[in-house]
Ligand binder design. Structure first.
Ligand code: ADP
Ligand code: ASP
Ligand code: MG
Length: 449
């Protein structure tokens, strides 16, 4: 049996009309047997506020009311079928209880349970939308198969166990029914709810596709594919019709929000083609991500990531010393921080922190305890308000003139850090966030228009 996994993001399942369009996409393609949904647009942001436990009871009530309105409007449009209405109320009541509990006593386990409820509601409602259009469809609880470790808020997938659980519990359902499940959500070995970090539904869908050895993975979102840069930032950005796994992985890593950074890894492991398209306008086509693409241009796209933190670690002990970086990295690893860009000099190391896989609750990575742990090792300067720009393409490291061209185009900018050479597919640098749009537009104009 051919199996495709289709993922619909927050705006795609924002309301009843949007869900109808997604259902039409599913029903037009017999191979789509697994549907992975995000929470309806805006819901996870509200849940993050609730999970922080810092709101007044009035603010809490407002947030719960806003979520209620979004979900109840969809239920009403569906004609309030009894069983769905009952399950939805259970989820909304649980949300209120957990929000009240966390306001009294912080708990990371409770926070995870709160964050997971947006996808619980949207998957319940979307399965009903499919049924009302005549499909056999059932909601399936991702927590029963998406096994993770217990790193709450940024949980890591336990792949072998997920594969076994999917084979035993999900695969057998697919011959008779379309399965609708939550993105972003998993559970650890003790049954505690976990989440995969913001934007994690893409990653969930890719893991399901890998576990099911799917023929393809479809990411349906609010843009008609992967563009040469974020279309919100450059009006002349255009869709890339075909792109390789390597290029797409670099784009996702360096900030193209259209794909969660980890999405491509499972697809590469299993050789699964990935499609990205707009659920609002499926006829517009989209982008195919494959092992190989027909063209391999030097400049493919420009990825952007805002709110970067640059740590500069300075220590005279570093001079001719061995093991300094190992010690530094050990401290960062202890705080579960993944380093992103790095450059070194004789007595200092500058590095950016990988915030893309950041915790679901959006905690700041640079906590006082991290700085305290680094203090015996080095003097640390923390700079914020920077943005990362990644120029993605092919043979970047070995093509003469790339740096002259790129940096010539932005010669008036204060470029804070440059990384090039580790991958043939990118050159990355930091600029001041204030300058970001100007820099992106002038680079895009010169390289892609
Ligand atoms: P979803 O809720 O469907 O997961 P996201 O908001 O996470 O959608 O991702 C889609 C958004 O990604 C687009 O609206 C667009 O602004 C942004 N984006 C950033 N870079 C790119 C790019 N290179 N191509 C397309 N979209 C991009
Ligand atoms: N709902 C989650 C978020 O907003 C996961 C996702 O949409 O991918 O981050
Ligand atoms: Mg997303």
């Amino acid at each position: 049996m051919n199996v495709s996994v289709a993922k619909f993001g927050g705006t795609s399942v924002a309301n009843f009309e949007a869900m109808q369009r997604c259902a039409d996409i599913v029903l037009a393609d017999n191979s789509i047997r697994v549907v992975v949904v995000s929470a309806s647009s805006g819901v996870t942001n509200l849940l993050v506020e609730l999970a922080n436990g810092q709101q007044s009871s009035a603010q809490r009530l407002d947030a719960l009311q806003a979520i209620n309105t979004i979900q109840q409007q969809i239920l009403t449009a569906l004609g309030t079928p009894e069983s769905v209405a009952a399950s939805l109320s259970q989820n909304l009541e649980l949300m209120q209880q957990l929000a009240d509990a966390i306001a009294l006593r912080p708990s990371i386990e409770t926070s995870e349970r709160i964050l997971s409820l947006g996808e619980a509601c949207s998957s319940l409602l979307f399965a009903e939308v499919l049924r009302q259009k005549g499909a056999t469809a059932q909601q399936f609880d991702a927590k029963s198969v998406m096994r993770t470790d217990s790193l709450f808020g940024r949980a890591n997938i336990q792949l072998e166990q997920v594969k076994q659980l999917v084979e035993a519990k999900m695969q057998p359902l697919l011959s008779d029914s379309i399965v609708v499940t939550q993105g972003f959500v998993g559970a650890d070995e003790h049954g505690n709810t976990t989440t995969l970090g913001r934007g994690g539904s893409d990653y969930s869908a890719a893991i399901f596709a890998e576990a099911l050895k799917a023929d393809n993975l479809q990411i349906w979102t609010d843009v008609a594919g992967i563009y040469t840069t974020d279309p919100r930032m450059a009006a002349n950005a255009r869709v890339i019709r075909e792109i390789t796994f390597n290029e797409a992985a670099e784009m996702a890593t360096f900030g193209a929000k259209v794909l969660h950074p980890a999405t491509i890894v499972p697809a590469v492991r299993q050789g699964i083609d990935v499609f990205v398209g707009s659920s609002r306008d499926p006829s517009a086509g989209g982008t195919w991500i494959r092992d190989r693409a027909q063209a391999d241009p030097t400049y493919r796209a420009l990825a952007v990531r805002k709110n970067q933190t640059l740590l500069t670690c300075h220590s005279l002990n570093m001079l001719h010393a061995q093991g300094f970086l190992a010690e530094l990295f050990a401290v960062l690893a202890k705080h579960h921080i993944s380093v992103d860009l790095i450059t070194t000099s004789e007595v200092s190391v500058a590095l950016t922190l990988d915030t893309t896989g950041s915790s679901s609750a959006g905690d700041n990575l640079v906590q006082p305890q991290l700085l305290a742990d680094l203090e015996p090792l080095c003097d640390v300067t923390v700079e914020q308000d920077l943005a990362l720009i990644g120029i993605i393409g092919n043979r970047i490291a070995s093509t003469a003139g790339v740096c002259a061209k790129v940096f010539g185009l932005i010669k008036d900018q204060n470029v804070r850090l440059i990384c090039q050479g580790a991958s043939p597919h990118n050159v990355c640098f930091l600029v001041e966030q204030q300058q970001l749009e100007t820099v992106v537009q002038s680079l895009h104009h010169a390289l892609f228009e």
